[in-house]
Design a protein around this ligand. Structure first.
Ligand code: F0G
Length: 558
């Protein structure tokens, strides 16, 4: 391994985020680009360190390549099916996988488990209200429960929900309830190689058209901060202010999907003119003040392993939401959580706006991004707040989108070094068009390497980069997959795959077989679906009144 130490940058190491640069350039480098305007605090030294020390450790289990190949085959090349014990570095998600602090663990011990009116609820409510300013706060067991309750009570059936980009569970919850989820990110968000400080911005012209009724009645507008499915990119305060103004003028509720609000607020501090001298807490409060409500998964910037909330100012909506909460989640002072979880989240929501933490967090993600770029991987630029997204379609042009190039890369990273990542492409967002019965394609085939908070050190990231270099060396040998069995919603979680072209897995020899030839061999229909699976899937899609079937994440690939 190239380096065993935990420092993110060292004076003599040319691989760190901002080493070797004259001090005058270091701040700009930390912010990534010249569009940085913030005045970060004066630094005495250039090494960005993990601003914590380690009190409890969890051993990692090493595996051999042969074991990993066997695990992949057994899991039918779905990394969600691989037991975590067989993973060395788990970059599947940054959700619920963070390390809690000693203060959070102390909160766990303080947890009050009373059914109603627990002390822990008031601790949680106080911190959430202080940060967000919302009148009504509903605790939920995680983010998607907040989404389900919100969309059920707003009534999205037959209506439109517009967002910079809906996350997969957000889209699925809108569609499950018969609504239409429309993504309106700015154009730069669709071009992975473009550098832009705020690729998470909403396209304001598209928003105006939608609010004007171009797509039908609008139930609500959502700004996902940061924009997870769009590369973990932030939205600017200016954009949020403008979107909020447009929505308020039309009386349409404007919501934040606030899972990564602190990372977004920190990017605003670093990059947005006039924001550099503000605290992250103050920027975050302004972000929330622009919204009529928020959904939140505490598994990300709550620095907790579980939890979430739904918040708003709307009295009438709150009464409906509370009723549904009691029916499906729990009493309003715990909402599906234990008192100890509420305590851990309250502490996490304070720790997450600490700027030493955020500086380390953003630097560690960028460190991985820069390493992958040096290894020859095209990534979504600039590096996101919580993850690096590899443009796998560009990296593996010999694997067609229908054979899931990002999944091929995910399996190769696992096979090479026990690293788990996740496909965010046609496997996640494709699926059968309910009308044409054709497989739809995502516009980008991304592989996401998400970094858990406060868990891995720099040598772990150096190891990931070394594995990436090995994978890059044999990229021509990687092969795609076909679907053996899939569910009608969120299929990527449970899908069963097999190597495309009858190969032996990701290292397997290629058969010169086109998708068309394979389709023809399977009787002219989609080979991935056995007749029964397809019939079942079609039935599931039509059983639910108003359900339109999954829509593509972005627009259809030309
Ligand atoms: N919204 C966004 C932007 C998310 O990233 C997630 C979860 C959710 C909503 C749902 O929250 O998992 O608590 O129900 N994202 C995780 C991920 C799963 O891996 O990106 P949840």
């Amino acid at each position: 391994m190239p380096q065993a130490g935990p420092a993110l940058a060292g004076p003599d190491d040319t691989r760190g985020p901002c080493r070797t640069l004259p001090r005058s350039h270091r701040r700009a480098a930390r912010r990534g680009r010249d569009w940085s305007h913030g005045s970060a605090k004066e630094e005495a030294l250039k090494t960005i360190i993990e601003p914590f020390r380690i009190k409890t450790v969890e051993p990692l289990r090493m595996t051999t390549p042969a074991e990993r190949r066997a695990a992949l085959a057994k899991a039918e090349w779905n990394l969600f099916r691989i037991p975590a014990e067989a993973i060395l570095i788990d970059l599947l998600t940054d959700s619920g996988t963070g390390a809690m602090s000693s203060e959070q663990w102390a909160g766990i011990m303080r947890g009050d488990e009373s059914y109603a009116g627990a002390r822990s609820w008031f601790v949680f409510e106080r911190r959430v209200r202080e940060l967000t300013g919302f009148r009504h706060i509903i605790p939920t067991h995680q983010g998607r429960a907040a989404e389900r309750i919100l969309f059920s009570c707003l009534g999205v059936s037959g209506r439109v929900v517009a967002a910079n980009t809906h996350f997969d569970t957000t889209r699925a919850n809108v569609e499950y309830l018969g609504g239409r989820a429309i993504d309106i990110p700015i154009a730069a968000a669709r071009r992975p190689a473009d550098e832009h400080p705020f690729k998470g911005n909403l396209d304001l012209e598209a928003l105006e058209a939608i609010l004007g009724g171009s797509e039908g009645d609008v139930a609500c507008v959502i700004a996902t901060v940061t924009n997870n499915s769009g590369g973990g990119q932030p939205a600017s305060l200016e954009n949020l202010r403008a979107a909020s103004g447009l929505c308020r003028a039309r009386g349409v509720p404007f919501y934040l999907d606030a899972c990564r609000f602190a990372e977004n607020a920190y990017f605003i501090k670093l990059r947005e003119p006039g924001q550099g001298d503000r605290s992250v807490e103050s920027i975050a409060r302004e972000m929330f003040s622009l919204a009529d409500g928020a959904t939140f998964s505490a598994k990300k910037d709550g620095l907790a392993n579980i939890g979430g909330f739904l918040a708003s100012h709307d009295d009438r909506l709150f009464r409906l939401e509370e009723e549904l909460l009691i029916l499906t989640e729990g009493f309003p002072t715990y909402g599906g959580l234990a008192g100890r979880d509420l305590e851990a989240i309250a502490v996490g929501l304070t720790e997450v706006v600490n700027e030493d933490y955020l500086e380390y967090r953003i630097a560690s993600v960028r460190y991985l991004g820069e390493g992958l770029m040096r290894a020859g991987f095209p990534i979504v630029r600039p590096p996101g707040g919580h993850a690096i997204y590899v443009d796998s379609g560009a990296f593996l042009p010999h694997i067609p989108p229908r054979e899931f190039p990002a999944q091929a890369l995910a399996c190769a990273f696992y096979e090479e070094g026990g690293i788990r990542s996740v496909e965010i492409g046609t496997l996640m967002f494709g699926g059968l068009d309910p009308v044409t019965r054709e497989e739809r394609l995502a516009p980008l085939e991304l592989l996401r390497l998400a970094i858990p908070r406060r868990v891995y050190t720099q040598s772990h990231m150096d190891y990931v980069i070394e594995v990436a270099e090995e994978v890059a060396r044999r990229k021509e040998s990687l092969r795609g997959f076909r679907i053996v069995e899939e569910a009608p919603h969120l299929r990527h979680f449970t899908v069963r795959l097999a190597p495309a072209g009858g190969g032996h897995g990701v290292r397997g020899p290629a058969k010169a077989e086109t998708v068309e030839a394979r389709d023809a061999a399977a009787g002219g229909s989609r080979p991935a679906h056995g007749a029964t699976a397809e019939a079942k899937s079609a039935a599931a899609r039509t059983e639910r009144p108003g359900f339109r079937g999954p829509l593509p994440l972005w627009e259809r690939r030309a």
